[in-house]
Design a protein around this ligand. Structure first.
Ligand code: ADP
Length: 594
């Protein structure tokens, strides 16, 4: 072992040694059997053969036990284990080296017994070179014990034959000695590389964990101020302003939204890369999804004077199960690009059924545009992160080069793929396929959010809302937003205050920040769910956290629904107004947290 190499290296080396030579000792019992059966050794020197057999059996069992019980024995004392192993292996071979020499002295080279034994022993050397290579000292002593008795016996016998054979055995020992060193060095190199690889893997894993934690924190830290910027801009824009102020604020809002988009894109990409995105499997209508999504591009398309054609083939099922939000994300990105990169002509969107079997349906989506097109050399790389058609793209059209990378990975998660056909100057045709579960019948009416809740219109039925948020600006912002909508709001800054308020006053819904000092949102939720008289109140968690399984965790903790920060007012209103006024206390019980 080199200085600086860890005890783990030594354990690995000893373990390899033990396991490689686990059954090695029993080979010699085979030699005894061969001598017994194929020669008259038993008849002439039966007790010698029996003694050799007995010694071999003891050594073989010792080697086996030292290998089989390696972990506990080695853990007790590595030094004792090593000495015992050294002793067992070398005693084993010393016995056979002496036996070979004795056989030669007894019967000479012309005898079949000597020849048979010589062949057997010659065969064990290459096997030992491989199996004992983890320990150079064991290996070299093995070679010495195997050959030195025979060299000595030949020198003792003397004569041309004896000296020649002593020389041959010495020559053989020399080469085996040198090769033992080489094989041992190769083995050690392999072990060092294995450990270096393991260390690199562990450090990469820990770097990836650190990256995920960093992203989760950044997400929280960045979204909270973004929440305030976008929310305050929204409020300012809904008040009286002169044209220039409105223009400035509109620019702040659009830049804020772009920044948020970039932030979300980065988070999304790193989560997909870390294989942390799990797709939902809920019923949805692809026709509704396509209509809603394309609707959001209507103004842009109109302003650019483009024509839009949409076709959903009649054999595309009305309902299917999948992740509509992620599919919408892909749609928005590809159609958004088509609109962005096309200044004249038309955009065609089409969905057709590719195949349908075993309860699944595979759909083929295409988006054709008559825009700037993509150079052939770039048609593959645009699906990689941060890749754009050419260097002037960002300058002219903006964007980050993340959209298609995320979309193609999402499509892969949907068991599909994405590709493009394009000619520069003529336009592009983006294709993607995706597989969905296909139910046999239309699902029962499922709860959907009202799609458009105007943020400026007043609510039909005013609600009593308790807002719990420790960040002062966010708290004031939320309160103003819900009050402008016509609801009444009480704002508090931690879980203890939530409990105090909710026990004294009646509320229809609680908007609960999760990370708060003193008592956080989840603890407060658990306390509310434990109190029978208030356990029915719906609690909407507001969080900047984004992690896989978050929703499930919140639902299990008693949260009714959650909204990601920055909170979109239209989504918030759609959600709370969809819940309506709560029945009087004690009438409906919310299930206690799991
Ligand atoms: P972004 O649009 O944010 O730059 P994307 O990953 O969505 O990132 O697209 C990567 C690049 O692919 C774009 O920058 C653009 O060069 C090219 N591209 C994508 N869609 C089209 C299209 N419909 N027409 C022309 N080029 C496109």
């Amino acid at each position: 072992m080199k200085p600086g190499e860890s005890a783990d290296h030594q354990i690995q080396v000893d373990s390899d040694l033990a396991h490689r030579s686990l059954a090695g000792g029993f080979v010699y019992l085979g030699f005894v059997a061969a001598l017994w059966a194929a020669t008259d050794y038993a008849a002439t020197h039966g007790s010698l053969l029996l003694a050799i057999g007995g010694m071999s059996l003891v050594c073989a069992c010792a080697r086996f036990l030292l290998g089989y019980h390696f972990t506990p024995l080695h853990a007790r004392s590595a030094r004792v284990w090593r000495s015992a192993f050294f002793l067992a292996v070398n005693l084993n071979i010393l016995v056979w080296g002496l036996f070979l020499a004795a056989t030669f002295l007894l019967f000479g080279y012309d005898n079949w017994k000597t020849m048979l034994l010589l062949i057997c022993m010659a065969g064990t050397a290459p096997i030992a070179l491989a199996s004992l290579s983890p320990s150079l000292s064991v290996l070299r002593s093995f070679l010495c014990f195997l050959t030195v008795p025979m060299i000595s016996a030949n020198l003792y016998a003397g004569g041309a034959r004896g000296y020649t054979m002593a020389l041959v055995f010495s020559w053989y020992l020399f080469f085996a000695w040198v090769h033992a060193g080489m094989i041992h060095r190769q083995y050690m190199q392999h072990i060092r590389e294995k450990f270096a690889l393991d260390a690199a893997r562990k450090s990469a894993e820990s770097a990836s964990r650190a990256k995920s934690a960093f992203l989760a924190n950044m997400s929280h830290e960045l979204r909270t101020p973004m929440n305030a910027i976008l929310g305050m801009t929204h409020l300012a824009l809904s008040g009286p302003l002169d044209a220039q102020q409105r223009e400035y604020l509109a620019a702040v809002k659009s830049s804020g939204e772009t920044l948020l988009q970039l932030l979300n894109g980065l988070l999304d990409f790193s989560r997909i890369e870390a294989e942390k995105v799990v797709l939902e499997c809920i019923p949805f209508s692809v026709r509704d999804l396509v209509n809603d999504t394309l609707q959001s591009f209507a103004i842009q398309i109109q302003e650019k004077g483009l024509a839009l054609r949409v076709g959903v083939d009649h054999d595309v099922p009305l309902w299917m199960y999948g992740d509509p939000l992620r599919l919408r994300q892909v749609l928005i990105n590809v159609v958004g690009n088509a609109v962005k990169f096309t200044s004249v002509g038309k955009i065609e969107f089409r969905v057709s059924r590719l195949d349908q079997f075993a309860g699944t349906v595979t759909l083929h989506f295409t988006v054709r545009d008559t825009g700037i097109g993509i150079p052939t050399a770039k048609q593959r790389s645009i699906f990689e992160a941060f890749e754009q058609g050419d260097a002037s793209t960002t300058r002219e059209y903006g964007g980050t080069g993340l959209g298609l990378a995320i979309s193609s990975k999402l499509v892969e998660l949907m068991s599909g793929r994405m590709w493009v056909e394009s000619r520069p100057g003529e336009g592009s045709l983006f294709h993607w396929t995706a597989r969905f579960a296909n139910p046999t019948s239309e699902p029962a009416a499922h709860a959907t959010l009202p799609q458009h809740a105007s943020t400026t219109a007043r609510a039909q039925m005013p609600l009593r809302i308790l807002i719990a948020e420790d960040h002062e600006i966010s708290r004031r912002l939320l309160k103003t937003i819900v009050e402008m909508r016509g609801h009444s709001a009480t704002a508090v800054s931690n879980g203890n205050e939530v409990l105090r308020e909710i026990e004294q006053h009646q509320f229809d819904v609680v908007l609960m920040d999760i990370h708060m000092p003193e008592m956080d949102g989840l603890e407060a939720t658990a306390a509310i769910r434990r109190n029978e008289s208030i356990s029915h109140v719906p609690i909407i968690a507001l969080t900047a956290e984004s992690a896989p399984g978050l929703r499930e965790r919140y639902l299990a903790a008693g949260i009714t629904e959650y909204l990601a920060k920055p909170v979109k007012p239209e989504l918030l209103f759609a959600l709370i107004e969809g819940m309506g006024r709560q029945p009087e206390r004690g009438k409906t019980q919310h299930p206690p947290p799991a």
